[in-house]
Design a protein around this ligand. Sequence first.
Ligand code: 13P
Ligand code: SF4
Length: 357
Amino acid sequence: SDPDLVARAQAAKAALGERVFVLGHHYQRDEVIAFADVTGDSFKLARDAAARPDAEFIVFCGVHFMAESADILTGPGQQVVLPDLAAGCSMADMARLTQVEDAWDALVEAGIADAVVPVTYMNSSADIKAFCGRNGGVVCTSSNAEVALEWAFEQKQHLAGGGKVLFLPDQHLGRNTAVLQLGLSLDDCVVWNPHKPNGGLTAQQLRDAKMILWKGHCSVHGRFSAEVVDELRATIPGVRILVHPECKHEVVTKADLVGSTEFIIRTIEAAEPGSSWAIGTELNLVKRLADAHPDKHISFLDRTVCFCSTMNRIDLPHLVWALESLVAGEVVNRIEVDAETEKWALVALQRMLDLPG
Ligand code: 13P
Ligand code: SF4
């Protein structure tokens, strides 16, 4: 990176001292990770943000929904900054509050809303989290989706037909967790398409389903394919396939190991020297793992380059601008969730933080 920008970032961080705390998601660029006080997956970063009550400014190097969650979990005197406001998430954008409310109305109409617990992936806007908080639901991340789903089904186990889950917005994480970890069948899952009347489902299909999956996906993880898994197994002897649960079901079922970005890092750290791995997650992280472990053979599970374009919007120039503005007394790109949304989103986030494990 540009040595002048590196020096400016160092100087601005030094000038702010303990007043600023910089969080970096594992998918961030190396030039940004170099200035992060902590790195983590979305679950760890949510906890880390909440554990820093003394920092006046939380600079979140990640995407918009993560910065919103940090704002919800931090105190009133703390301000959260997202260095580039265009760092959104295409998956989070696939579930809008009005669409989710329409879906809920359809569940009421089908006579099943009382049996449904809404569960939203962290990768969703604060108002969707608030919707879950208000309706007895919970937030989950890729590190705790299994316990969150178990908790959700337990809430309604007293009902004659048992409970159901409305899982937002990532159909893949929902399906992979329900089928591979909770032992449900693919037939127990239906997909709600917000662009079709009644989600493209009949009331009977809704009544029969255990998991109602929102039709959302991650454009980055959605690119990994079962064919490339087969191809790599044929060309790299003994290769182990390690993927994120946002990948399609057919990819996850062909993989050796599946888990969040923290799990992927821990797995590679613990792997024996000389072992071969193909990793299906965002490319900044895979490259960093390959650089950090030259004694292991690490390849990317795709033929083409696939960065998360919105994660990549946070670069060193944006970080320097955000930090220098703070030094100058100006809080730029503040992320502030309104009080009512915050109150209910916190209920759903707190239920997640209180889950066992
Ligand atoms: P985790 O950080 O929970 O592994 O999620 C990956 C992701 O896609 C974040 O946007
Ligand atoms: Fe969203 Fe996927 Fe990028 Fe994560 S990797 S921020 S889920 S688009």
